[in-house]
Design a protein. Structure first.
Length: 224
């Protein structure tokens, strides 16, 4: 499936979206690694795996590849069993936090910084983490397009409390904040601050305005 469509109950192809752009392809060999004619001994294999696993940039890209397989983010659990199990299965070695200078998954996520996106499920209060390139692609391909079309239909302005209902009416399914690495509508407006702005109307009610449409109306008003 290409990136142009987004069925409500079907996950877009991560391979088509990301690996094709070579931004999440996992590195499975250390730099300078070459095949040998002779069968490598156990010590060579052990050293190769150690060198690969202790290179932070390599591990970070590998973790991004794993996070890309979770449709709505990977839970940040205390025992880190989900990531550790997935990492061991995919790369045939254990994830060594100590070699990365951290003690647990939360510290690792903090150290990866902008390479990942964290958000919270408001109902369960649990935190989740996603690959930043995956989130950015989803937002650019799906979210911005849907929001722009929605505001074009509503003259560039929608009441804050009505946004989710109008969104569902427009696209045919509820807004999945977690699919975009978001916690709620406030966070959505913050992420799309170049496109949207939140204000209070005369009655004190919050409204969301499309920046371009709003500025265009103001320019027309000034030209009168």
């Amino acid at each position: 499936m290409g990136v142009g469509t987004h069925p409500p109950n079907q996950q877009p192809s991560i391979t088509n979206i990301l690996v094709g752009e070579n931004i999440m392809a996992p590195v499975t060999r250390a730099p300078g690694f070459s095949r040998r004619k002779l069968r490598p001994c156990f010590y060579d294999l052990q050293m190769t795996n150690t060198n690969m696993s202790t290179d932070p940039e390599v591990v970070y890209r590998e973790i991004q590849a794993i996070l890309g397989t979770f449709y709505s983010g990977m839970p940040l659990s205390a025992n880190c069993s989900v990531l550790e199990r997935s990492y061991r299965i995919k790369f045939k070695r254990s994830l060594d936090y100590q070699c990365l200078g951290v003690r647990n998954l939360n510290e690792l996520v903090d150290k990866m910084g902008k390479m990942v996106v964290k958000f919270q499920n408001l109902e369960s209060k649990k935190e989740y983490v996603m690959s930043a390139p995956l989130v950015e692609t989803r937002r650019n391909v799906y979210l911005k397009r849907d929001v722009q079309e929605l505001f074009n239909r509503h003259c560039g302005e929608i009441k804050f409390d009505s946004f989710e209902d109008f969104y569902k009416e427009h696209v045919g399914y509820e807004l999945d904040y977690h699919f975009y690495g978001l916690t709620d509508l406030d966070r959505l407006c913050e992420v799309l601050k170049d496109n949207l702005e939140v204000e209070l109307d005369r009655s004190g009610e919050k409204v969301i305005k499309a920046v371009k449409c709003y500025n265009l109306r103001k320019r027309k008003h000034w030209m009168r």
